[in-house]
Structure formats: C-alpha cells, structure tokens
Ligand binder design. Sequence first.
Ligand code: PEP
Length: 252
Amino acid sequence: MRTPFVVGNWKLHKTISEALALVTELKNQLGAVKGVAVGVAPPSTALHAVAKRLEGSSIAVASQNHHWEISGAWTGEVSAPLVADAGATWAIVGHSERRQFFGDTNEGVGKKAKAALAAGLGAIVCVGETLAERDASRTLEIVDAQLAGALAGITDASRLVIAYEPVWAIGTGRTATPGQAQEVHAHLRKQLTARFGADVANTIRIQYGGSVKPSNAEALIAEPDIDGALVGGASLEVADFVAIVKAARGNA
Ligand code: PEP
C-alpha cells in the first residue's frame, strides 16, 4: 500500500565530483529497480549538479536543511525555494544533528516543514529520542512533542514523510531492533491517524533511520509500519546503499 522510500543523507560529505561519481553509479545500478522510491541528500554545494545528473532518472534529490524564511538578511542560510530552484524535490527537516548542534526547536522544525511544503517540496520530518530519554521511558512523549511541533498547522499530508531516528542509533553502529522501531512507528501512525484520519495516515511513509546497513535493512523494513529508511553512513558507499534499496523493495 505504501511504496517504501529510501533516502541517503550524505551530511557533510562529498565534493561535487565525488557526488557526481556516486549518483552516476546509483543511476546505473538502480535504474531498473522497481517497488521502492529512492532519494539522495547531498550537501547544498552539490545539490544542483546532482539534480542535473539525475534528470530523467527516478532518483529524487533532497536538501538536508533550510531556513524557514524565503529570503532576506540571513547570512549563510539557504531557503526552501532556493533548494527547490537548485533541483531538490524533498527537504529533510528536524534531523537530530540540527536539533543537537544548531538549536533547531520543535517550533522551528514546524516552520521549516511548512516552508518546504509551501515551496512545493516534500518534507521528511525527523523525530527521535536520546538514549537518556529512552532510558527514562520518555520515548513516546518526546516523539509526540516533536511530531506535534513539526506538524502544527499542516493540513495536507500528501507530501509528508516521517523519519523515526533514535539519536542513540545514529552513526553509532547500534541499531534499534525491528521490534523497538516498529513499536515507535506504530505509535507515530496512531498519532498521524488522530491528526489526519486513518485513510490519510495509512498513506504516510514512516522511515526508520539509525545505523541502517545491508545486514539489517530487510528485517527493519519488513515490519508493518516501517516504510523505508533514512540512511547516513551507509549511503556514502554505492554497494551498501544499493543493497539497502534492494532490501527495501516491496516490503512496506
Ligand atoms: C542519519 O543521519 O540520518 C542516519 C541515520 O545516520 P546513520 O545511518 O549513519 O546512523
């Protein structure tokens, strides 16, 4: 019912030439793969070149972050219309590294999500708890607050994707078990149902992110409410990312 969506978040990696080499290979190897949607989120310096190289392919391009304002005196920022102009069709918002190191708040993430949708982009909204919050049994309370902040005022969910990324699993090699992830995904779907109704909530993809690798992707995505993956480290290597995409085919 939901086509799984696998997105590679390259973070602060890849020059333009490295980025082009990677997506050229992805285009060659994933051209014929059906039953899964794929995207890459290059650093903003490579976004336009990557989008150009991917023209005519089904691999989408996402930005990693943007300001909620459209334009103005915001030195160093990019906006949703600017990343759309550069070729992005998706925008990641609320990644835990933005929340942790750059002060993104639940309210700010909501403004960025609305700016993305207003610019015609799809929004990939990241939520997830820290280890201390999980250990204190606060996981659901934390993701609820993040989701409520991100979705405040959003009534059209047709271009919305949620990414559940437990902070303790990002870049640590420590992955949530399929059961742990499914429990949170099912809860998020319940919250989406309360907000948008069951028919709409059942169409919203909820990706899992946090040390997804070829060896664990299939078991995670086989869970009923896990609809793909947001992949960091493993998206930087063609073979690993291709293996994850293939593992995701038709499993959601
Ligand atoms: C991420 O940053 O979104 C992520 C999931 O990273 P990693 O796969 O490296 O844990």
